[in-house]
Design a protein around this ligand. Structure first.
Ligand code: PGA
Length: 260
């Protein structure tokens, strides 16, 4: 895993957006895997700026979101459909028919999950997957104990996730208990992955994800098995990492490295 530590959230968001832009500039019809939550908001803002001011083109892009709350319709302000529309889709030129977000209101979850996996395959697989991380070390809603080979399915949210996400709802009781989420196995099939981590409350999860043992109790640790992962952290999230000097040394030496 390549680890980039930046002084501020804004800087890490700009770097992550640049990575997405590089992929789109190389492959204009790329398939992006997208995440919700407060973490990627800065990166989405920068992508919107790149679209408006520098012509970054999404006209051939396809997107698949990681997850959605069960029982929450797309029009609900806390649905991930709504989040994506407000934070990204309505500001860029991605064709609406190329946008996929798991349905939280289907009447057949098993069939929907199988269809979602098939759609990803039919579109050629995900070229670049964007991920945040939960304070319990989850990626998407793959809570502690999720199989590292899991596929898109229904998941019960962990209490810690419900507590973390209660800030977005009026009452804690309003936070959905179930989600539909891509599995760890689904995520690991992406060609390339970027993991965004910011804030002191994520420092413990970051340590387990980047330097801990690979285990289902911190599903983000499974990313260590993937050959093309770049993690972007701010200094607060990197606070508990032990190898910070080493990561910074690698980045510093990079310009002199032999060309591939
Ligand atoms: P957050 O959520 O970005 O709102 O902290 C991340 C996650 O739960 O994956």
């Amino acid at each position: 895993m390549e680890v980039h530590i930046k002084e501020t959230y804004e800087q890490m968001s700009i770097d992550a957006a640049r990575k997405v832009a590089d992929v789109l500039n190389t492959k204009p019809n790329a398939v992006l895997g997208l995440a919700t939550g407060s973490t990627p908001q800065g990166m989405y803002q920068e992508l919107v700026r790149l679209h408006r001011e520098e012509g970054l083109d999404f006209s051939q892009v396809t997107t698949f979101n990681l997850d959605e709350y069960v029982g929450v319709p797309p029009s609900h302000p806390q649905s991930y459909h709504y989040f994506m529309h407000e934070n990204l889709f309505k500001h860029i030129n991605v064709p609406p028919q190329n946008v996929y977000v798991p349905s939280g209101t289907t009447d057949n979850y098993a069939a929907f999950c199988a269809w979602y996996e098939q759609r990803i395959d039919d579109c050629g697989g995900i070229d670049l997957q964007v991920l945040g991380i939960g304070s319990d070390g989850h990626i998407a809603f793959n809570e502690p104990g999720s199989s590292l080979g899991s596929r898109t399915r229904l998941k019960t949210l962990a209490k810690q996730t419900i507590d973390d996400n209660a800030r977005f709802f009026e009452n804690r009781e309003d936070v959905p208990i179930y989600s539909i989420t891509m599995g760890v196995g689904t995520i690991l099939e992406a060609e390339e992955i970027i993991l965004l981590i910011n804030g002191e409350n994520k420092a413990e999860a970051a340590k387990h994800a980047i330097e801990g043992a690979v285990c289902s109790q911190y599903t983000a640790s499974a990313l260590q098995m993937h050959p093309e992962v770049t993690a972007y952290l701010d200094t607060a999230a990197a606070g508990k990492l032990e190898m910070t000097e080493y990561y910074n040394w690698i980045q510093k030496m990079k310009p002199g490295a032999p060309r591939l």
